[in-house]
Every structure is written in C-alpha cells, then in structure tokens.
Write a protein that binds this ligand. Structure first.
Ligand code: PMP
Length: 352
C-alpha cells in the first residue's frame, strides 16, 4: 500500500438521513442542504430525453465526449480540442493531479477550500503548502509570496467553497502576472453560473493570455445534474492531450452526456433557478443574523461561529442538514420551505 494513504480519511458527505434521525430523534423530513445541490432540479427536458434514450446501453459511451465538447465549444467560443470532460469535476481534478503533479513539486492552495486538491496532493505523494484565508477570502498576495522554484500547481477556487467569497479580476490578474508560466494554475469555477458581481473574472476570457491556466466548470451545481457526474476543464490543447492519457477510457456515461447537452441547451431554466436562488439568498441576507454571514456569490451561505457543532445541531432540530466546518457552518439555499427552516434555525441560534 502507499504509505501516504495511512493519514487519508475516506471522503464522506455526512451521515445518511436515517442515521441522522436515529442519532438526533428528529422525525420529520430533512431538507438536504449540505452539498450545494440545486434543490429545484435540472430542466424537465432531461427526464424526457433520458427516457427516450434507454436503448443502446449495451454499447460503450463516446470516450471523447465529442458532441458535448462541440456544444460547449459553440457556447463558450473555445475550440473543442481545448476542452476536457470528466465524471464530475472530482474526476477532472483527479486527472489534472495525475497528469501534472510530480513527487518533488509543491501543491499550493489556500486553507479553507475544496478538499480534493489536498487529497490528490497526498495521493500523488507531493508536498502540500497552504496559506490562511484572509477574512474568508483567498489571499492571493500571500499565495504569490508562497511560490518557490518547487511550486508545481496552484489551485484557486473562485467563488470559494465553503466560504462563497470571490477574488476580483484585478486581484487575479495581478496574481497571474507574478506566476511563472511553468507553473499550472487551476481556477475552479464550479459556482460560476451563480455569480453576478461585476468585478468577477470570467476565467475563459483569460485563457488566451495565460496558457498555464485551467478553468473548471460543472453540471452538478447550477445545472442541477449532480447525480449524473459531468464536469469539464477548458485550457490549452497541450494540457488536454495529457489529461486524455490519464483519464479512464469511458469515463462519462452516454446518459450523463445526453443529460449535460440537454441542460446546456435550456439556458432559460438555468437562469430562472439562478434568479430564484439570488432572491432567496437576499431574503436571508436581509435578516439581522446575517452579520454572521460571509458575503456569498453562490447557492450557499457560510455562517461564522465558534460553535459550529452547536449550530449544526440547531439546524438538525429544525430539519436542516448543513455542513459543519472548523470556523462555521455552510448551508445550501434550498426551496422556499427549506429556507424558512434555515431562518427559524438561525433566529433560534443567534436569538435575533
Ligand atoms: N469543485 C468545487 C469547488 C466543488 O464545490 C465541487 C462539489 N462540491 C466540486 C469541485 C466537484 O463537483 P462535481 O460534482 O462536478 O464533481
């Protein structure tokens, strides 16, 4: 066995609903708000298309995901050969790590960010270097100072999961101009579709200027297809050809590819969920307890508290499954009824 796996924990999305009911005595239906999923679901067209596509399951899927790549290429105006499709961003992050990390290189990221960057640093036997968050935000100045001759890859999550905060275009450009082209920079934009801040940098627009950049997006969040597992990277052709060498041969299923294409084609559905999410988020931000929130450009809110377990328990008592973290709790914005439970829990917890 690889010795470095000894310290690695199995990834867990928390207890099941049944286990939580047994543990806490809560008897109602839980609102599942721990994983930043879309509570409304994908466009109904996905169900129609999948129902008609159940023949042909005896054949392997297209190993190159060509049709989806063509659709993404037209959508973003990025050549199809600069796109890599994986079984969720989880698989894309794994493929990047397998292709790019070398044992003598350092992986640089922030504390308090998506855990898979660190997991793969460990699996690949490299050294992980993290800098602290600055008031819940990626601290790009501190990251620039942490770059050394050994830095192999830099992961930036924008907006950041779990905090919901983002770095601006000016901050990002200043940072990228300091990074030598030999270092790979990954911008994880899993929550891109939710963002409307004017100074947010659209990573795709930076690709021509920075050939060492990799942009990540997913169908799991705003498009509502978490169960189908489809994510993608946009980058230079040179990176894509290396990722193709390390990916699993038939990594994305035929039904998943069809679901993603159908979801991409229904931009009206996407826009209506994004607008709904924003309106619901703003209602929670209008409450007095929002002084404990970090600003959010996403479909979740990070609530700062030095008693995350107590807040998690309060959420459970109100029928909400949230995600406790070391410096607070993350909760996904749900449907109207879910958000009423969030409101009741936060009012009870903060007493305001
Ligand atoms: N990156 C970030 C920042 C995420 O929050 C997530 C999902 N929680 C992922 C990547 C993985 O997403 P996917 O479902 O596409 O594997």
């Amino acid at each position: 066995m690889k010795p470095q796996l000894k310290s690695l924990q199995v990834y867990s999305a928390g207890l099941s609903d049944e286990a939580l009911k047994r543990k806490t005595g809560y008897e109602g239906e839980f609102s599942r708000l721990a994983s930043n999923e879309n509570p409304i679901g994908p466009t109904p067209k996905v169900k129609e298309v999948l129902a008609k596509s159940l023949s042909g399951l005896n054949y392997y899927p297209d190993p190159e995901a060509n049709t989806l790549k063509e659709k993404l290429s037209a959508f973003y105006d990025v050549p199809a050969e600069q796109i890599f499709v994986g079984a969720g961003l989880d698989e894309v992050i794994m493929s990047i790590s397998r292709a790019v990390l070398v044992p003598e290189g350092d992986v640089l990221t922030s504390e308090g960010t998506f855990v898979q960057y660190a997991t793969h640093a460990l699996i690949e036997g490299t050294h992980l270097k993290t800098v602290p968050l600055n008031d819940g935000c990626f601290d790009l100045d501190a990251m620039a100072e942490a770059i050394t001759d050994n830095t192999n890859i830099i992961w930036i999550c924008n907006p950041n999961n779990p905090t919901g905060t983002y770095v601006s275009e000016t901050e990002l450009r200043t940072f990228l101009s300091k990074v030598p082209q030999s270092i790979t920079v990954v911008l994880d934009e899993a929550y891109f579709e939710f963002v409307d801040a004017e100074d947010y940098p659209d990573g795709v627009k930076l690709l021509k200027e920075f050939p060492n950049l990799i942009i990540l997006r997913t169908f799991s969040k705003a498009y509502g297809l978490a169960a189908m597992r489809v994510g993608y990277a946009m980058t230079s052709k040179a990176y894509v050809s290396e990722f193709n060498k390390v990916k699993l041969p038939f990594n994305v299923t035929t039904l998943s590819l069809l679901a993603a294409i159908t979801a991409l084609e229904d931009q009206a559905h996407l826009k209506s969920y994004v607008a709904f999410n924003k309106a619901q988020r703003e209602q929670l931000f209008a409450k007095p307890y929002s002084k404990h929130f970090l600003p959010s450009q996403t479909n979740f809110i990070f609530i700062k508290t030095d008693q995350p377990q107590a807040l998690f328990d309060t959420f459970i008592q109100h029928g909400v499954i949230s995600r406790p973290m070391p410096i607070g709790v993350r909760v996904t914005i749900g449907q109207v009824e879910d958000n009423k439970k969030i409101d009741a829990a936060l009012t009870a917890f903060f007493g305001e």
